[in-house]
Design a protein around this ligand. Structure first.
Ligand SMILES: Cc1ncc(C[n+]2csc(CCOP(=O)(O)OP(=O)(O)O)c2C)c(N)n1
Length: 609
């Protein structure tokens, strides 16, 4: 490629980097068109190197490199509003909007968020991470701009996976009616985290083989949107030209952009699911290959399992003995540990798409027919399906088991993904059996307990591993509503709900306190609470959930209702959104390690002397 003098001048002597000259999108808009392709190459290379160092979301960003450049080139961001759906594809956007230098800090405590956040940058028009919100937010912005007579453009970028979320259709439906000035960019790579599901995804599928767009056109036209495309999402110049045309237009319109997830990094292109979210790795060899069979066997025997793996094993074991077991996931086959089950029992496995509300009511329907549905769902994603849980499952007392992964602080994904509120919003629902395991073995027992319970049940467990407790292979349940006294001490009694039992025990050692593993948030072991209240000077409740309305609140309510007047210290998550970092860092920051617990007791006005 021959560069003009002007272009050469841009490549300063000490650097051949175009990317370094782009501190803000305004500079990208000044760039000669001929440098857009080399810029895309550089951006992609730096993205790979950056995520290889920091860990984080990779495949989606790789697929959105050209699209991101073209959007910032054509739009006048941040005056024009660019709304990402989910935002896991926004790393290139962060790199072009003044945050390149801080990329190594992404998802680390005190560092950049892994998702767009309004407080982080003016270019992050809307905070996202849960799918399907972009078109609603964009429509709201467009209506706002119209009312305020602001001539700005509003663009929502949503993936074909994001477009399986019901909310996206609710928004499209209203957008088509109001005929507002919103451009929807459909970034279609045929993938969610795993291959995308649903009838619409199937009708998009032929487009990837270069066939006609008639069905997609008809679909969007029926909703009142002008359809443009499909366009090649990796031809940056073609994209710029198409976007210039479509952006200049007004009204509700969609541009259908075909991309490849993982584009430009062979490992990610051939296995985009594996590279969807990664830990740090050597980019020259990719993620570590699976350990050899011999080593895998050793790891299997001795290595600690994550709670997700414990659930995964339990599900397959239980399915073998119970033919009525069916499993439902809202698009989280890998994250929720359903890969083996899906392989072994494909006819009993249902991926509902990114559709938590539908997934929960689907479970209710299955239960009506005598099946035993297990709905595996991240705690924070269940937030969206609250009414379905109350109205469709609990009110009808249907035996649906919820396996809630990522309960409590989830770590690097941050505030949007912490399961901080589930104990609060679940324990007030009648009929629901609610359990939180202290270790991996108990998790398996609770899943069994919930499965055999004749009504709705939920087991909430944290991200990652536990104490490494060896897991009893038997499918044994627990007596419902019975806690376990783990340590007998004096004066102070810890009542631990869930995975913080280990630090509670450590703190108890230091002050010779008693410790109960409460196991059940609902029904509460009232006898245990009564006994501890009558024999101790202070009760300390411990949970990896918001103090507001949490399991400790259940203890307080019981004591008050029975006129028992012992001082109670409720330890749990504070009344603020907790940032990102490692789970250990965040727990310590919330005073939920052993030292923090001891300090809280020391500072408590009614602590025994
Ligand atoms: C409500 C909700 N459920 C599940 C997820 C987990 N999740 C993150 S990315 C993703 C797939 C998104 O697919 P798509 O929108 O097509 O983007 P791509 O990664 O393919 O670029 C899923 C299911 C989420 N973010 N929000």
């Amino acid at each position: 490629m021959v560069l003009s003098a002007e272009e050469m001048a841009l490549l300063t002597e000490d650097t051949s980097s175009i990317l370094q000259t782009i501190d803000e999108p305004a500079a990208l808009r000044m760039l000669p068109e001929s440098l857009l392709r080399p810029l895309a190459e550089e951006l992609r290379e730096e993205l790979i190197a950056s995520v290889a160092g920091s860990g984080g979301h990779l495949s989606a960003g790789l697929g959105a490199v050209e699209l991101t450049i073209a959007l910032h080139r054509v739009l006048d961001t941040p005056r024009d509003r660019l709304v990402w759906d989910i935002g896991h594809q926004s790393y290139p956007h962060k790199m072009l909007t003044g945050r390149r230098e801080r990329m190594p800090s992404i998802r680390k405590f005190g560092g950049l968020s892994g998702f767009p956040v309004r407080a982080e940058s003016d270019y992050d028009a809307f905070g996202v991470a849960h799918a399907g919100t972009s078109i609603s937010a964009a429509l709201g912005m467009a209506l706002g701009a119209a009312l305020e007579e602001q001539p700005r453009k509003v663009v929502a970028v949503i993936g074909d996976g994001g477009l399986t979320a019901g909310m996206a259709y609710e928004a499209l439906n209203q957008l088509g009616e109001l005929q507002s000035d919103v451009l929807v960019v459909l970034n279609d790579n045929g993938m969610s985290i795993s291959p995308n599901v649903g009838a619409l995804a199937q009708s998009f599928m032929p487009l990837h083989q270069g066939h006609s767009a008639e069905d997609s056109h008809a679909f969007f036209a029926a909703l009142g949107l002008d359809y443009h495309g499909p366009v090649d999402g990796h031809d940056v110049l073609g994209l710029v030209r198409e976007l210039e045309r479509v952006v200049a237009d007004t009204g509700p319109r969609v541009i259908h952009v075909l991309t490849r997830k993982g584009k430009g990094y062979d490992h990610a292109e051939s296995d985009p699911t594996k590279y969807h979210g990664v830990t740090s790795f050597d980019p020259s060899i990719g993620l570590k290959p699976p350990v050899s069979n011999k080593h895998a066997a050793v790891a299997k025997l001795g290595g600690p399992k994550t709670y997700t793996q414990v659930f995964s094993d339990w599900l397959c074991d239980m399915a073998m003995s119970e033919s009525s077991l069916v499993a439902v996931t809202p698009a989280m086959r890998e994250g929720s540990g359903l890969v083996n089950f899906a392989k072994q029992y494909p006819e009993r496995y249902f991926d509902a798409g990114i559709a938590e509300q539908h997934a929960v009511t689907l479970g209710a329907g299955l239960a009506c027919e005598g099946l035993k549905p297990v709905v595996a769902i991240y705690s924070s994603f269940l937030q969206r399906a609250y009414d379905q849980l109350v109205h469709d499952v609990a009110l009808q007392n249907l035996p649906v088991l919820f396996a809630l992964d990522r309960g409590g602080l989830a770590g690097a994904d941050g505030a949007t993904h912490h399961g901080s509120f589930d104990l609060s919003f679940l324990r007030c629902i009648p009929n629901l059996l609610l359990m939180a395991p202290a270790d991996e073995s108990e998790c398996r027992q609770m899943l069994t307990t919930g499965f055999h319970h004749d009504g709705p049940a939920a087991v909430r467990y944290p991200r990652g591993g536990g104490s490494g407790a060896s897991v009893d292979k038997a499918l044994r349940g627990l007596p419902i509503g019975k806690a376990e006294l783990c340590r007998e001490g004096r004066r102070v009694a810890f009542l631990s709900f869930g995975s913080l039992l280990a630090p509670a025990l450590e703190a108890a050692e230091a002050i010779d306190a008693s410790v109960a593993n409460m196991r059940f948030i609902k029904p509460l072991d009232q006898d245990m609470v009564r006994d501890l209240a009558s024999s101790h000077d202070l009760l300390v409740t411990v949970e990896d959930n918001a103090v507001a309305g949490g399991a400790g609140g259940a203890v307080n309510e019981f004591l008050m209702a029975n006129g028992l007047t012992v001082p109670v210290l409720n330890l749990g998550l504070p009344d603020r959104f907790v940032e990102h970092g490692t789970r250990e860092e965040l727990l310590a920051g919330c005073g939920l390690d052993a030292q923090g617990m001891l300090k809280a007791i020391e500072d408590y006005p009614a602590a025994p002397a």
